[in-house]
Design a protein around this ligand. Structure first.
Ligand code: AMP
Length: 193
């Protein structure tokens, strides 16, 4: 059972590295941004509600996100572990995952077994590099103004989670400002399966 949470700002390489690790660890890569973009493309009720927040680079409200994540984590393929990319993004969401993991441990009768299988990784990349990378990526919400706003939202709402996980001894820090393969290698070393 391996559970990985990727912190790290937009453009830090969470998506690319999650996809690689998903194959290596044989657990699903769950990206809340990808799930939301699918809802927007399919114009579901959730997609229509989420779109304006995403376009502006704001977080989609927790009441929409939490049930979406719960549904995904209830799927059969997620029972053997997962890689969360882009979730949690604030303290409310982090508390939600923590409760969910605890509940699973109780259900499986392994309260004492391990919080060790939960790996939280911060991919560190300086802001200037992020802005360059995001501008080059050219996604719909990657205009320079939106990028700057997304970074601000990251620093204000998501960065506090670094302390949150450090306090719980669940944090590893990996330098994301290196060639892709080197980052992947460092991640494989950091993850306790
Ligand atoms: P991402 O692909 O992770 O950069 O996410 C793209 C956009 O989706 C973000 O800018 C947010 O508007 C929204 N989003 C993704 N994940 C979350 C989340 N965990 N909480 C709130 N909004 C999210």
């Amino acid at each position: 059972m391996v559970q990985v949470i990727f912190l790290g700002p937009p453009g830090s390489g969470k998506g690319t590295q999650s996809a690689r690790l998903s194959e290596f660890l044989a657990v699903p890569h769950i990206s809340t941004g990808d799930i939301l973009r699918t809802h927007v493309a399919q114009q579901t009720d959730l997609g229509q509600k989420a779109k304006a927040f995403m376009d502006q680079g704001d977080l989609v409200p927790d009441q929409l996100i939490l049930s979406m994540v719960q549904d995904r984590l209830d799927q059969p393929d997620a029972q053997k572990g997962w890689i969360l990319d882009g979730f949690p993004r604030n303290v409310t969401q982090a508390t939600f995952v923590e409760d969910l993991v605890k509940q699973q441990q109780v259900e499986k009768g392994s309260e004492n077994a391990d919080s060790k299988s939960l790996n939280t990784i911060n991919l560190e990349v300086p802001d200037e590099v992020l802005i360059e990378r995001l501008l080059a990526r050219g996604r719909a919400d990657d205009s320079e103004e939106t990028i700057r706003h997304r970074l601000q939202v990251y620093h204000e709402q998501t960065e506090p989670l670094i302390e949150y996980y450090r306090d719980r001894n669940q944090l590893s820090i990996v330098n994301g400002n290196l060639p892709l393969d080197q980052v992947t290698a460092a991640l494989k070393n950091a993850i306790v399966a």
